[in-house]
Design a protein around this ligand. Sequence first.
Ligand SMILES: [Zn+2]
Length: 344
Amino acid sequence: MIIDCHGHYTTEPKPLIEFRQKQQSALKDKAPPPSPDTVKITDDEFRSSIEGNQLRIQRERGTNLTIFSPRAAGMGHHIGNEETSRVWSRLSNDCIYRVTQLFPKNFIGVAQLPQSPGVAPENCIPELERCVNELGFVGCNLNPDPSGGHWTAPPLTDRYWYPIYEKLVELDVPAMVHVSASCNPAFHTTGAHYINADTTAFMQFIQADLFKDFPKLKMIIPHGGGAAPFHWGRYRGLAQNLNRPTLPEMMGDNLYFDTCVYHQPGIDLLAKVVPVDNVLFASEMLGAVKGIDPTTGHEYDDTRRYVEALPLSAADKKKIFLTNALKAYPRLKATLDKRGISVN
Ligand SMILES: [Zn+2]
């Protein structure tokens, strides 16, 4: 079984996109916000948005299950206020839930949190609890920069974030560190802001004792850990100079990188420097980087090919494709059992 731990609903039905447009227009016009109750999406609309896209790609590439969250760039935590974010997150999560109900063998939910710049992260707890306890989600995306590229929030290791970590541990779900769209023109969303955030989070984790304070907390840094693997020597040296634990010690069974690196040499390097126990298979399909690599003839985000080509044992590849995900998402196994999906 192959679990893709990082997929987004980038093919949302039109009524959802239209609601977001109305929400933003109302903010601009200082008009009353639209009601989410007006959004009606049929099962057929959900099916057709998935069948020819994410589901087709799963089948073509031979992967089985996608850990699925709302479009990351669409979270837009910097837009409007806390209430804007609360309504939008709830609606977005409800759409993920509908997909997981229609395709229970193929998709499992991860929540968007209703973060907002300057608002205490603990305000996200009710939505996180709803998603895990009522909608059966197994994780959430946590935005380290709800300002959208202006970095006004404290580091992820600051006590500011601790209430949400306490809840993550209590619910036994991980957070993927995932920014949303950049509203700072200096940072391209997927080309710079995402990778900056991944790299920034990794350095923050090196500098502090977050995982000593929360031995059961699990975090995932997507996009291959940002620039960290390529600069592994820099981070090893910094950890050493700062009298911090070695990188594998720091990562322990708390911190994981995914395989959303869109070329073979990048995956080769990732597998060479990062402990295999800390790597999770993912593709971020679909849409993070579209198109076919003319040097290989395959789509950039067809990451299974790169992992299959690694000079690793079958046992190590199984860790990346399956067993590490079961560790990183502690509720995953029981959820799959409940759905009658055998894990092997
Ligand atoms: Zn993503």
